[in-house]
Write a protein that binds this ligand. Structure first.
Ligand SMILES: [Zn+2]
Length: 205
């Protein structure tokens, strides 16, 4: 059964992320990250992050910075193209089970090079070796899906589709869906635009 107190708590923490991005975007009241010895010492005993964010590895969208949070606040999982893998899902499930993290966000971004490379790969262009292919193959189904419908901008629409696809894969986990069902977890997908704004695409609670 859904515990409404849990739901309110999870929503409060999602809002905390959104408000942090507003400070970053508007350059207003941006809080300096506390790197004092006392702060670092206080984290020695353990962590109590309030959000898990699965994002692209892109160096321009560091979650802790763009959401104006501090050390110990965000459990970051970062993979090129914000793809899912069994290890990424394991990290998400660990965050829910062992750390009781109330927010989970999938964060993609405008101008994601991994998606662009996957589009080239789809066309049979580009020569990518090693494990880069395993990333591109995770993104390919989203590109194929966009191509089956009428689209205006394959690149931008594939970025959004790929974020949704990662979210869909995550929702196959019963650890995730059980946590949503009893209100312990709120899940969101979002896109970071290069003006600094994070746009929420979907919220599941
Ligand atoms: Zn990217």
């Amino acid at each position: 059964m859904k515990d409404m107190n849990n739901v309110r708590t999870a929503r409060y923490y999602l809002d905390k992320l959104i408000e942090g991005n507003e400070r970053f975007y508007h350059k207003k009241n941006y809080a300096e990250v506390d790197i004092s010895e006392a702060m670092i010492k206080s984290l020695e005993e353990g962590q109590n992050p309030f959000a898990t964010i699965l994002s692209c590895s892109d160096s321009r969208i560091t979650p802790t910075i763009i959401f104006n949070q501090g050390l110990g606040d965000i459990f970051e999982i970062r993979l090129a193209g914000n793809i899912i893998s069994s290890e990424a899902l394991g990290s998400i499930e660990y965050g829910i089970t062992a750390v009781n993290i109330p927010v989970l966000m999938v964060l993609g971004h405008q101008g994601c090079a991994a998606v662009n490379v996957a589009i080239e790969y789809e066309k049979g262009e580009g020569k990518y070796q090693g494990e880069i292919k395993s990333i591109l193959e995770r993104i390919s189904p989203s590109i194929k899906r966009v191509k089956t419908r009428v689209y205006k901008d394959l690149y931008q629409e594939s970025i959004i589709e790929n974020i949704g696809n990662t979210l869909k894969e995550i929702l196959k986990s019963s650890i995730v869906t059980d946590a949503i069902k009893d209100g312990r977890l709120i899940v969101a997908s979002a896109i970071y635009n290069f003006d600094g704004k994070v746009e929420i695409l979907d919220v599941i609670s």
